[in-house]
Write a protein that binds this ligand. Structure first.
Ligand code: AMP
Length: 403
């Protein structure tokens, strides 16, 4: 199977609808703090503009839940796009309302229109066929370049594909690169292959953990999710984040890794704090001695040394999820030290997930990584071996001359 290729579309002088993932993090002042996802979509947009297309861009931002919420407007994205593309970008006032429809209809070759946040429409996340059809009616071609949301069967990702035949839809360059990269990573990783998994919750990554187990040689667990494992091991974890309903799952993961011979690493010490705040009193304690009422907010220095030791001989590293509350300087050291170590290694290093991408950028080692994926959830689902709902309609049998 292969993805429908944008270069095979006869785009010249036509209208093209590009589903992008401009779901970028914002700081407390409403500024875009990491525009990687916008920059990653530029090649596809440029390609279409070079074909003299009229380009309609669409994306979601945050979770406005089907209502117009001012703080989730794509206005800052339109400004950044304008800057990066060095040409005017018109922002429609709505998604499929009067303003968007009339602006899309009047769009001329070489012009760029950005629709308002797709999730201002309740039908987007419900994969509503009426919304999908209306979005599809704006253009002659559909291109999906939104890897980060391709694991969601949403109207602009999945539903819309049904209104275009194979000569009128394709994957953009970003989507293509991500899918091919993860395909190689799953099918033929250079071993030893290690996964570093962190972040807040086991629940979000449980299935991926289960599916990664048979594929990797080592797993390093950090972040809030480590405490569910530590609690299951009988440790007093104080007031640390825990998911009590997943204790049994944590046990099965530990049992399964033993059975498969996968080396599972858990923190041996943590930076514990009296409260979840930058100015909290904090101290380094062993995993066995977290005081009652205190919460572990970062891995400690002994864990960093242990993880470095374990990562030493690894040839491929997949990293998803920070080792601690990296947004607060006080609890960012564990993540930062692991980031530097991974970046300096000669291994193929793959970073998945918005938070982890943000983290390596803050630490300043993003250029040293082999590959930074624009999609956390999507990359985890690929690693689970799933075909993503937004990708499936863009897959065809390999053409004979190429296979
Ligand atoms: P996720 O979205 O599940 O990848 O989680 C990322 C978030 O996990 C980040 O915002 C971190 O601040 C948070 N996090 C990491 N470690 C901890 C911890 N020990 N306790 C609470 N939150 C954490």
């Amino acid at each position: 199977m292969e993805l429908l290729n944008i270069k095979k579309l006869d785009l010249a002088g036509k209208k093209v609808f590009i589903r992008c993932d401009f779901n970028v993090p914002m700081d407390e002042f409403g500024n875009i703090s990491d525009d990687r996802r916008i920059r990653s979509a530029i090649s596809t947009i440029h390609y279409c503009l070079d074909q003299n297309c009229a380009v309609i861009l669409a994306s979601h931002l945050g979770r406005p839940k089907g209502e117009v919420v001012e703080k989730y407007s794509l206005a800052p994205v339109a400004r950044r796009l304008q800057h990066l593309l060095k040409r005017d970008v018109t922002l429609a006032k709505d998604v499929v309302g009067e303003d968007a429809m009339s602006k899309a209809a009047a769009l001329k070759d070489g012009e760029v229109l950005l629709l308002e946040n797709l999730r201002f429409e309740a039908g987007e996340t419900k994969n509503d066929p009426v919304l999908a059809k209306t979005l599809a009616s704006m253009a002659e071609f559909y291109v999906n370049d939104a890897f980060g949301v391709s694991h969601r069967a949403h109207a602009s990702v999945e539903g819309i594909t049904h209104f275009f035949d194979n000569e009128h839809k394709a994957a953009g360059f970003l989507l293509d690169r991500e899918i091919n990269f993860f395909g190689k990573l799953i099918n033929s990783p250079v071993r030893p292959f290690a996964a570093i998994v962190g972040g807040s919750k086991v629940s979000g990554k449980l299935e991926a953990l289960v599916n990664l187990l048979p594929k990797v040689d080592k797993i390093f667990i950090g972040g809030g999710m480590a405490f569910t494992f530590l609690k299951q091991m009988g440790y007093n974890i104080g007031a640390s984040l825990v998911e009590d309903d997943l204790l049994q799952e944590a046990q099965s993961i530990m049992d399964e890794s033993k059975k498969l011979g996968v080396k599972l690493y858990l923190p041996v010490d943590v930076v514990a704090a009296e409260k979840f705040a930058e100015d909290a009193v904090s101290k380094i304690v062993t995993a066995q001695e977290i005081p009652s009422g205190w919460m572990g907010l970062d891995i400690g220095p002994a864990t960093v040394r242990l993880y470095r030791e374990g990562l030493n001989d690894v040839q491929t590293v997949l990293w998803n999820g920070p080792m601690g509350v990296y947004e607060m300087d006080k609890f960012a050291r564990g993540s930062s030290k692991i980031a530097h170590f991974v970046a300096d290694s000669y291994a193929t290093t793959v970073v998945g997930g918005g938070d982890t991408a943000d983290l390596v950028q803050r630490v300043g080692v993003d250029d040293e990584m082999s590959f930074i994926s624009t999609g956390g959830g999507a990359s985890l689902e690929l690693l689970e071996g799933k075909i993503l709902p937004g990708v499936k309609p863009l897959m065809v049998e390999k053409s004979k001359e190429e296979s």
